[in-house]
Design a protein around this ligand. Sequence first.
Ligand code: SAM
Length: 289
Amino acid sequence: MILKGNINLMNYRHSYHAGNFADVCKHSLLLVLLNKFLEKPAPFCYIETHSGSGLYDLKSIESEKTLEYQQGISKLLNQNLKLPFLEQYVQLIKNYNKNELRFYLGSPLFAAQMLREQDELILNELHPETFAQLKNLLKQDRRIHLHQRDGYEALKALLPPKLKRGLVFIDPAYEMQQKEFSLALEHLLVGLQRWSQATFVLWYPIKHRQMLKSFYQKIKQSNVKKALAIELWILPPDNELSLNGSGLLVINPPWQFDQQATAVLKVLQPLLSQSPQSGFNLIWLKEEH
Ligand SMILES: C[S@@+](CC[C@H](N)C(=O)[O-])C[C@H]1O[C@@H](n2cnc3c(N)ncnc32)[C@H](O)[C@@H]1O
């Protein structure tokens, strides 16, 4: 069953979580992927299904309430990160801040800063207020196409785009909890059928490790050729009630992306860890032989 986005069910606001450990992991790995695409001069298309507002004020009531960014991006600032990808990630954030950290960037703004004149961005966001903020931020940029629509439905409607090369980033709010894993994967596979040469990335929360078993099993049983799961947990992943880690499923990862992702996680994990049982993992769920 394919559910359409229902605005009435959308209570999630990313401003509560902007810049947290999961954002740091997600966005730094996204940068690694975008850099891979930038290695070739041919233009490419970046498509996002669940874009958010693009820029978050860490002094907002929502951010001040959770202070999640203090366990995330704040831990990276003023560190000698010694890794060009992470230095670039911090620099892109510094570009939107003066002396101290006030604003954290959403994925569309990281991508918009990195993409070239010849590249294209297609950004979807369903929530009316969040979409208005995104539009306000990026409407002047001629490379960017903005849609206020259901991101899952967009995978059907907008794929394949005109440009042959590209990356699809699916970053749902998981308001449907466990059901969202199946829903997101189902739509990813529909999108992949339409644009088989693209790289697809799906973010997912890690609460209890057991909860990932059937998700991974479905990927193994699917007809995707290459699938890599990247996990980082900062707390023991054995409690269904808290966000202990996060993952990225990467379908058709670019050549050697796994090695670069490992190098990033080796630096991030000790910085973000909140427990001696923290760790990270790269799992090839499907590999072409
Ligand atoms: C996790 S946030 C996105 C964060 C963003 N990708 C980033 O990394 O900066 C999820 C977003 O999806 C939006 N959303 C929820 N359901 C949606 C749907 N069916 N289609 C499109 N957007 C949706 C929410 O309003 C929220 O802004």
